[in-house]
Design a binder for this molecule. Structure first.
Ligand SMILES: Cc1cc2nc3c(=O)[nH]c(=O)nc-3n(C[C@H](O)[C@H](O)[C@H](O)COP(=O)(O)O)c2cc1C
Length: 245
């Protein structure tokens, strides 16, 4: 701790088998916020007993729709990534909330020209390229006001170029999808309609829906973190393992 208003007050050494670095936090809260993620980070990047040695060359793109990069949704995503890594699948995270992604402008350029290119040139271009090459996607979002976050819905609307006017997919066949949702309400059925429609739309776009996890009763700062729920953590790991199976 080095002290002073507005100055760095906590300096923490973060170490795992491959990374040694120092991270500085302005407040104790900020340090604690990072804590949950740091635990998962250490577990995920360190070699673990039972890790698969074999890389399959397969890839999964993670569409991360929570604005909080170090909260419950992220912890479950990291658990799923462990399952993916066990199967020799590499993964890359796209933080939708940090990307510049406009809503669909309904120009119908993709439909009039019968192409899978979007006329709007923003950060979605990188996502289109990735989706073309990837073997699967993992979409992760908290529930906000009964549905996925605005950023996740915006991303979904921008997948419009990937279907034609008859809702036939323009993507190569065989791509898989899985989902992680988190919510505060303890009753899983409460927003099931919305979640089911969201998953169905991903199916229309041409992904084979392989599985999904809805983790309830989560509200960081007010309720226990998801790491306390070993069953949900195990399900996230299995989801990753099974995504491309
Ligand atoms: C703006 C906002 C709206 C929310 N709306 C709901 C809701 O409708 N139903 C619910 O169960 N939880 C709701 N929540 C709680 C979050 O879905 C829940 O805490 C989730 O685990 C947050 O994910 P995170 O910890 O990865 O940020 C809302 C949270 C916020 C910030």
């Amino acid at each position: 701790m080095v002290g002073g208003a507005g100055m760095i007050i906590h300096r923490v050494k973060i170490t795992n088998s491959c990374v040694h670095r120092t991270r500085e936090f302005k407040t104790r809260n900020e340090q604690q916020d990072f804590g949950a993620f740091a635990v998962s980070f250490t577990l995920n990047t360190g070699k673990m007993k039972g890790d698969s040695e074999m890389s399959t060359g397969k890839k999964v793109a993670i569409m991360f729709g929570s604005p909080r990069k170090n909260s419950n949704t992220r912890i479950l995503v990291e658990e799923a990534r462990k399952g993916l890594a066990y199967k020799g699948v590499t993964s890359e995270i796209f933080y939708l909330c940090e990307m510049s992604i406009k809503g669909c402008q309904a120009c119908y350029s993709c439909k009039r020209n019968n192409v899978s290119e979007c006329a709007v040139k923003d950060d979605m271009q990188k996502i289109y390229e990735t989706i073309k090459e990837t073997d699967g996607i993992l979409v992760a979002s908290p529930i906000y006001f009964g549905g996925v976050t605005a950023q996740t819905k915006t991303w979904l609307d921008r997948l419009f170029p990937l279907i034609d006017m008859n809702v036939n997919s323009r993507m190569a066949r065989g791509k898989k999808a899985a989902f992680i949702f988190t919510q505060n309400q303890p009753v899983p059925e409460l927003f099931a309609n919305h979640i089911d429609v969201f998953k169905m739309m991903i199916g229309f776009i041409g992904f084979e829906v392989k599985g999904s996890l809805l983790a309830c009763n989560l509200d960081k700062g007010y309720k226990p973190m998801v790491t306390e729920n070993k069953e949900v953590m195990a399900r996230a790991y299995e989801l990753g393992k099974e995504l491309l199976a």
